[in-house]
Design a protein around this ligand. Sequence first.
Ligand code: FES
Length: 95
Amino acid sequence: MSSEQDRDIIICRCEDITEREVRECIRRHGLTTVDEVRKILRAGMGLCQGKTCSALVRRILAEETGKKAEDIGLPSARQPAKPVEFGIFLQEGDR
Ligand code: FES
């Protein structure tokens, strides 16, 4: 992906994680999926939920494991969450 000098570039802007950290984590723990990288480094757990960094992590995983990026699974997705007032769960007439 890049030269040794460029490895300090930020891959996950939300969690401030560099390419070097991602590569070292993959090598140290023998990671093979984007979800594994997410669980250990938090890359993909930031505000954008990995919209920006998941593809980059996937590409780095492909390089580090010698697989094609298409063979690296996509990260698991969560439904968007939004705070709601507790009263929304009350039945009509409970108030
Ligand atoms: S850039 Fe990684 S979670 Fe947003």
